[in-house]
Design a protein around this ligand. Structure first.
Ligand code: ATP
Ligand code: BTN
Length: 252
């Protein structure tokens, strides 16, 4: 079914049952190392988020997918990548009539102030001025009660806030296609044209936030993002740009 829904696409897609992590699978399977190639799974036994955190991935409950893309250039070429992916996911959900989504810098998708999904970009290697990226997306569709104990922050799924069922094949096809379109545009034109949309979706726009950078913490007002994909926060000492990596933002 998903192949039929993606009739116009030339990119390979591998549909798996239970695996450790779609990101790990894509990393190891070099035959899928071509732009737009993707894999998705019904369940992950070792789904992961940023900084080694766990991503709850029960069978048939969500979308777990990864796409490969190689960009010309080093880290500066992919600075805003997770923001572009966030915009693509929101637009895919919008095509299914899902509104009210927001993005939390740098990599989370929110619905009604709760975490609906996440993005994990892993840079496989930077060889010959190319950044080989594994782009992972997890989106909750209908999580079982059993994950409740395991997730230590407010979360939600699509079924919870909609009055109709979601067809995961349709959702996957939309996400994959929009992601490809946006990545082509990002590659050709950079991040500029995505920024206004990201700013609209910013969960913490003009709100007080705490920035956590390892053992250092800073409080200020969230202003938005810049051309490098960094989060701009107005501190008492002036405006400072925070770059992804090990940095987390929390509401105050
Ligand atoms: P950050 O702001 O640093 O990204 P985060 O708490 O959102 O912080 P992530 O690494 O992005 O951390 O995501 C992992 C976290 O997401 C887990 O620690 C858990 O709290 C939560 N989580 C795990 N599985 C799910 C899921 N299926 N749906 C929603 N949230 C989840
Ligand atoms: C986060 O919020 O930190 C990101 C979560 C990303 C989860 C997805 S599910 C598909 C892919 N495979 C993984 O192991 N992680 C990502």
């Amino acid at each position: 079914l998903i192949s039929a829904l993606r009739e116009g696409s030339q990119s390979p897609l591998r549909v798996l049952s239970v695996i450790d992590s779609t990101n790990s699978y894509l990393k190891l399977n070099t035959d899928l190392h071509q732009n737009g190639a993707a894999c998705l799974a019904e369940a992950q036994t070792a789904g992961r988020g940023r900084q080694g955190r766990k991503w709850q991935s029960p069978f048939g409950a969500s979308l777990y997918l990864s796409m490969y893309w190689s960009f010309i250039g080093g880290y500066q070429a992919i600075g805003g990548l997770s923001l572009v992916i966030g915009v693509a996911v929101v637009e895919a959900l919008g095509k299914l009539g899902i509104e009210g989504l927001q993005l939390k810098w740098p990599n989370d998708i929110y619905l009604e102030d709760k975490k609906l999904g996440g993005i994990l970009v892993e840079v496989e290697g930077q060889i010959n001025d190319q950044s080989h990226c594994i782009i992972g997306i997890g989106l909750n569709v209908q999580l079982p009660e059993s994950v409740h104990e395991e997730i230590d922050q407010p979360y939600t799924d699509l079924t919870h806030s909609l009055d109709h069922a979601i067809d995961r094949n349709h959702l996957a096809a939309l996400v994959l296609d929009l992601l490809q379109q946006h990545l082509h545009r990002y590659e050709a034109e950079g991040i500029s044209s995505f920024l206004p949309r990201w700013q609209e979706l910013n969960l913490f726009k003009d709100k007080p936030v705490r920035m956590i950078c390892g053992t250092n913490e800073f409080e200020g007002i969230c202003l938005g993002v810049n051309q490098d994909g960094a989060l701009l926060v107005k501190l008492a000492t002036g405006t400072r740009a925070f770059y992804g990596g090990e940095v987390s933002v929390r509401s105050l």
